[in-house]
Design a protein around this ligand. Structure first.
Ligand code: MG
Ligand code: ZN
Length: 217
């Protein structure tokens, strides 16, 4: 029974990996870059996306794929920015897979897009298992969540290209040990870029914007 379960999961993941590679090729052929933003609920993915749109929209044609399932609140905020946005409602609910992203591409004008910001489902467990075809995977963690998140959810941190520590403005009110966090992360993923930001106040955001622009270069 156990063996069969594992086999099924492997088949699902290998099929997903193939579709994810196709997604990446599809984007590469049209010179589109996609950044996958993963976090627990409430870490500030949507806020980070909104600020990134504000900052970069005059230079790049940005689109959003919205996988957030709580409601259409996030998608509505994006739509108010007047950028193309597609909302996915994953049937299982807890993660996105490469097929869903492939379908979302069909609703976007990729020939007229430079950057896709993908808001993944608020979940740090199985989102890490599914390659979606993004060029960069980013984990957002906010100060109130605590510095031990990488110990609880190591896989998503191991595979990330960048970690955004958000809500730095509330650091004085929480026991978030930045040194302890850096030490744990250094053991899991020493090459990840780390940004300490407040999407709300703008603190540290210029470094984040520069990194996004580097992925577009
Ligand atoms: Mg959101
Ligand atoms: Zn899942």
């Amino acid at each position: 029974m156990t063996t069969r379960k594992i086999t099924v999961k492997e088949n699902i993941l290998s099929a997903n990996a193939e579709t994810a590679d196709n997604n990446r090729t599809c984007l590469d052929n049209r010179q589109v870059r996609m950044i996958n933003l993963m976090s627990a609920p409430g870490s500030g993915k949507t806020e980070l996306i909104l600020r990134t749109i504000d900052q970069l929209r005059t230079k790049y044609r940005i689109a959003v794929i919205e996988g957030s399932i709580a409601s259409s609140i996030d998608a509505d905020k994006i739509t108010q920015k007047n950028v193309p946005a597609v909302q996915i409602n994953p049937s299982g609910g807890c993660h996105l897979d490469a097929r869903m992203i492939q379908q979302a591409f069909g609703a976007l004008d990729l020939e007229r897009t430079d950057l896709i910001l993908l808001e993944n489902v608020g979940n740090l467990v199985c989102t890490a298992d599914f390659d979606l075809g993004a060029h960069k995977d980013v984990v957002i963690l906010s100060i109130p969540e605590g510095d031990d998140k990488p110990l609880k959810y190591p896989l998503v941190f191991v595979e990330a290209d960048a970690i955004v520590i958000n809500k730095m403005d509330v650091l004085p009110y929480f026991n978030f040990d930045l040194d302890a966090f850096a030490e744990v992360l250094g053991g899991l993923n020493p090459s990840a870029r780390v940004f300490r930001v407040s999407a709300k106040t703008g603190e540290g955001m210029n470094d984040w914007f520069s990194w996004v622009e580097e992925t577009l270069a």
